[in-house]
Design a protein around this ligand. Sequence first.
Ligand code: NZQ
Ligand code: ZN
Length: 418
Amino acid sequence: MERFKWECRTKVRSGEGCVAEWLAPLVSEFAPEGSNIMIGYGGGSVKKNGAYDDTVRVLESMGYSPASGDPAEGSRKIVEFSGIMSNPTLAKMLEGAELARKWNVGLIIAIGGGSVMDCCKAAAVQARYEGDAWEDFWMKGKAMTHETVPCGVIVTMPATGSEVNGCAVLTNEETRIKCDRDYPEMNPVFALMDPAYTLTMPVRQLRAGTFDILSHIMETYFSHPVCGNPADDVAEGLMKGLIRDFRAALADPQDIQARSNIMWTASLAENRIIKTGKSLDFQAHNMEHQLSAYTDCNHGEGLAVLHPVYYRHIYKDGLPKFADWARNVWGITDAEALRSEGYAEPGMSDEELLALAGIAALEELIQEAGLPSSLRELGFGDEEERLLPVIAESCFISGGAFRQLTADEILEIYEECW
Ligand code: NZQ
Ligand code: ZN
């Protein structure tokens, strides 16, 4: 195992009704006297699943009231930061930071999925920073030493794990760079996770979000060290459970047990526990982020298209881990049977056979779930195809992958995904 530092300051409260039960004490703990609260949300789904009403009800019971036009009107106001889009932009984050500054906001509450959480977490950083947070933190990765506005989250869509980590992903529309950064200082101070809010998610988001969770675990697992270690032991269990719960939720979208399990798995995948001692790949994420920066495609769907093709490119560089994955996650153990079914090419080792069968099982899950498996299915057309060389050139290269890709190989992968 590599040396590691682990921390997660986020207070998690989970279960149906957790906002009514826990929001008030958490607000009392984190919102300074004499300040206002900003609630951030997206395009309106939170008004249909009850999360918005539950939040406002609690805040009003504590003496908070809706802000009107004048920031000088006093404290205990609820300031609304709405319309946060999927794949949030730097411009939207700056809007939130400005609003927070103008209204003397002492606590930000993000209500929604990863996009809303990320945008609010980043706005909480910029709101108290005199410099250019995008340039200094996202681009240069400088140490974050200033005090940020505390940010709590109310999750309505499990996927990114943003509720328990310090990561925020923003898209700079001018430079066409989508960039993630993970600072412990950006961890939410609390996360309220009521699985009932997720029942209104369209099946498309259920598929995409759950695949994103699986991707986070795989991107962590497929990195050094390849020998057995506690982080990978946990990761294997999470992957097996997630595949089970994914199938259950697709079969019955109202299955609250499956929804609860998926919600917590998203957090366990990203609270850094399974990252302890691992080098971390996340090259599929880097390739997806740039596809998204140029085309605004859906994050989880983009990952579903990329993963099998990417893994066929690199499996030989991390062969023991790919074979373990086939055995321990997919239950594929009998290389001889695969050989007799005609899977093997001349000279192929048992480990290679198992690894490739594991990747094929992943591909089958993607198809079974109804996720896209090509860039065309993702909605790309001739114009996007022309952009692929530029997009490939713009990708960050992961230093923790089994093998570092070149821009040429990324282009090959994109073309194979076509
Ligand atoms: O805008 P609203 O109306 O809220 O609708 C959202 C949005 O359209 C909807 N939704 C959310 N909860 C719902 C719901 N609709 C009905 N019922 C509900 N309960 O779902 C749509 C997608 O939401 P979004 O937040 O964009 O999805 P997701 O959670 O997948 O977040 C994607 C963003 O997170 C970044 C991605 O790159 C992308 O920008 N990531 C963030 C990470 C992190 N912070 O750790 C890591 C990830 O790898 C990822 O890169
Ligand atoms: Zn992701």
